[in-house]
Design a protein around this ligand. Structure first.
Ligand SMILES: NC(=O)C1=CN([C@@H]2O[C@H](COP(=O)(O)OP(=O)(O)OC[C@H]3O[C@@H](n4cnc5c(N)ncnc54)[C@H](OP(=O)(O)O)[C@@H]3O)[C@@H](O)[C@H]2O)C=CC1
Ligand SMILES: O=C(O)C(=O)Cc1ccc(O)cc1
Length: 444
């Protein structure tokens, strides 16, 4: 590392929420000496007090940060990016590099092109994990939109301290891939949460939700609802590629649910198995399987129901996911370069279900004939439709209300769910390094 560069270069963060703070602190710990930060001017005094002695220089607003920083990272809500760049963009230092951390890049790039001076370089990024996950080994998307070689290489040097895996994409590629990996995954978990809440049912008290796969559903749903609504709303509503995926997911839930209640066994089974062959079958043999299993995931339980009382689940959410990948011709393993921990767990449990013929047949039987699970499936169908409509209308306020209503229902269990969720994510990280076969063996 060039020590003069670390002493002299100024790096700025506009927006000091969870992600901005995480980045600023990590860069500071790595030895970058001049880190300028700000949030809303109304938080200036408070931030000065809380960050006194931290090594970060707190400034009043984005003008002050922009005027003196050589690399500026906007780390604000996707919903606000245009307004914030419009306000502070014109104060950008001559020939500075500007980037952002928003999860959806089309609005961010549009704002940069519109409001930044022509001499500004644009290199933007997206860490594909939440603020509480260690960035080491996680994908970090880097988008070189308008930058000289020198400036681009400088950004790589600065962000290298995160120890993430760099994935170089255009902003359009980024939005297309994250619509597949993130937007649709979130809708599945959001719908589970809404369905449970509508029935006033805590899944950890219910016999259908006992066991490893169910632990992923429960803990990841709690993880999403404990995060901020705007993160998910931005990904779903502001990414131009997301609506089609979400619409298809809701359609797949609806199509499968209709076949289930009409007990059209052959049609249902064929459709589910064809989808499974497309995603997990022969053609996918070259890819690296994730190989999660119930035995690995069993220990991450919030459940109070003894495992002997476990009842079969239809796994409508996973069947619909696989069906929707099939209908849209998406091969999800091709997107693993942009995996988030949540996506990895999600595709991991779908893979586990579809590779395990006995379990898949049990789920198909439960879907068609088990009346106990029908009520849950009906609520899940209705919730996924509601989320898809909300995204199609594009109303952020409606999204916020739906999200917060459900979050409120689950909030007492957030600390525990998030703690266990973090442990699950650690396990899949280890698994990425050593191969899950080894872990499965030592666990069993
Ligand atoms: N959380 C996550 O898991 C991840 C989030 N991201 C993305 O990173 C971005 C930030 O997310 P996150 O940190 O979680 O969200 P936060 O809500 O924690 O942080 C955003 C911060 O920006 C502030 N802000 C808004 N307007 C301005 C302004 N004009 N000037 C200065 N600060 C402003 C907000 O203040 P106020 O709250 O008062 O509006 C808030 O403190 C989002 O675009 C998100 O999509 C990316 C990866 C993961
Ligand atoms: O893993 C997920 O999908 C998460 O929920 C965390 C997350 C949220 C937003 C991002 O832009 C990146 C990661």
């Amino acid at each position: 590392m060039n020590l003069v560069e670390m002493d002299e270069l100024e790096i700025g963060f506009i927006g000091l929420g969870a992600m901005g703070m995480m980045y600023a602190k990590r860069l500071c710990e790595a030895g970058w000496k001049n880190i300028n930060v700000c949030d809303l001017p109304s938080k200036y005094e408070q931030l000065k007090t809380t960050l006194a002695g931290s090594g970060l220089t707190v400034l009043k607003d984005g003008h002050a940060v922009s005027r003196r920083s050589d690399f500026i990272i906007y780390s604000v809500e996707a919903e606000n990016i245009e307004r914030v760049v419009a306000e502070y963009g014109p104060s950008t230092k001559l020939e500075a590099i500007v980037g952002g951390q928003t999860s959806v890049k089309e609005p961010e790039i549009r704002a940069f092109e519109k409001y930044l001076p022509d001499d500004a370089h644009i290199v933007t990024c997206h860490s594909l994990h939440g603020p509480t996950v260690h960035p080491k080994g996680q994908p970090l998307v880097l988008i070189r939109h308008r930058a000289s070689d020198d400036k681009y290489n400088l950004v790589i040097r600065i962000l290298s301290c995160l120890q993430s895996e760099l994935v170089e994409l255009s902003y359009k590629e980024h939005d297309r891939i994250t619509a597949d990996t993130q937007a649709v995954t979130h809708v599945a978990f959001l719908s589970m949460g809404t369905a449970w809440k509508t029935q006033m049912q805590f899944p950890w008290e219910t016999p259908q939700y006992v066991g490893g796969i169910e632990n992923v559903k429960i803990n990841m749903t709690l993880r999403i609802y404990s995060n901020k609504w705007h993160v998910y709303a931005g990904i779903a509503i502001m990414n131009p590629s997301a609506e089609i995926q979400i619409r298809q997911y809701a359609q797949s839930v609806s199509d499968l649910f209709k076949l289930m209640i009409q007990e059209k066994q052959e049609e249902f089974e064929n459709r589910v198995k064809e989808a499974g062959d497309f995603v997990f079958g022969k053609h996918a043999e070259n890819r690296q399987p994730i190989l999660l299993s119930d035995s690995i995931l069993d220990r991450f339980s919030l459940s109070s129901v003894p495992s002997e009382q476990r009842k079969p689940n239809s796994h409508l959410s996973l069947m619909a996911m696989t069906d929707s990948w099939h209908k849209l011709g998406i091969r999800p393993y091709e997107h693993m370069v942009c995996q988030t921990p949540l996506f990895r767990l999600w595709i991991g449990i779908a893979e586990y279900l579809f590779r395990n013929t006995e379990m898949l047949d049990e789920a198909i039987r439960a879907a068609l004939y088990d009346k106990d699970i029908r009520a849950d499936d009906m609520e899940f169908y209705s919730a996924s439709k509601g989320w898809a409509e909300c995204v199609a209308v594009g109303n952020m306020a409606a999204y916020q209300k739906r999200f917060n209503d459900t979050a409120e229902f689950f909030k007492k269990r957030f600390p525990e769910g998030v703690r266990i969720g973090n442990e699950m994510i650690e396990v899949i990280k280890t698994h990425q390094r050593v191969g899950l076969g080894n872990i499965a063996h030592s666990d069993s």
